[in-house]
Design a protein around this ligand. Sequence first.
Ligand code: GLN
Length: 309
Amino acid sequence: MRSPIDDYLEQVLNDYRDTDDGAVMTGNRELEKADPSSFGIALATVDGTVYTAGVADVEFSMQSIAKLPAYALALRDRGLDAVLDRVDTEPSGDAFNEISLEAETGRPRNALINAGAIAIHAMVDGGNATERVERIADLVGTLAGRELTIDEDMWDAEMASDDHNTALAYLLRSAGKLDYEPEEVVDGYAAQCAITVTCRDLAMMGAVLANGGLSTTSEDDRLLEGWITRHLLSVMATCGMYDGSGSWMTKVGIPAKSGVSGAILGVLPGQIGVAVWSPKLDDQGNSARGVAVFERLSHDMELHMMHVA
Ligand code: GLN
């Protein structure tokens, strides 16, 4: 049954359907096929209720949003100190695929830009790329509440266009931040980008983060450690929207993570997870309609973490 909240979300999408800013990601033959008119939203509360509008149950690839579950596993598998030794937690102010490491430490600035995410992927336990990716997809499935798959065509397309990420991986190895062969790590990183989800899946995953790592459907079921959840949300708040992170924080005011398939996942701690998907991207690689919708929701629903009445 549709509720007034579903109707409200439908109205918000309708208000932004004519927004035609940005462009679909180029350079990846599968992402280029995206239908630019796709537009979906899902909002999940910490008590397990999900509200949706538009194409909330159509699958797309996670892309950079998969950096979050990979980060969670690296933290769980290796511990905070070992992860911090390899990847810092500072906003970079640079593009998501910037070729740079900190001069003094050789670390990528954070785990949510590609350089950091490639180092993090290699810190997920597993004998090879396939095992690491299966563990990442399993964790997303646990948080989303259903089994997820990897889009093989997208994985192939990622690998056919991964020169830039391979260069980053070689740079990481030269700085002593990568234990495996760069090509093998980039294959696994490409596969994690190709895990498919829907807006509903992402919103449910976000609601678990909002709930401090506890399941939103069965009481007392801890899916993610509290300290890992806090760490993820903190880095999302400061680095999740790449070089658009500062303006996002002032305008929307909630921890978030975007991906170049056009999805944005936002998490308001203690309250909700929200996912918006529409493929056209702004200059920072964030969904243009997604950013507009989040600004609107933040205003209407007073979601800003620094909200002043
Ligand atoms: N597959 C993309 C890449 O590695 C993911 C980047 C993104 O979503 N921002 O370049």
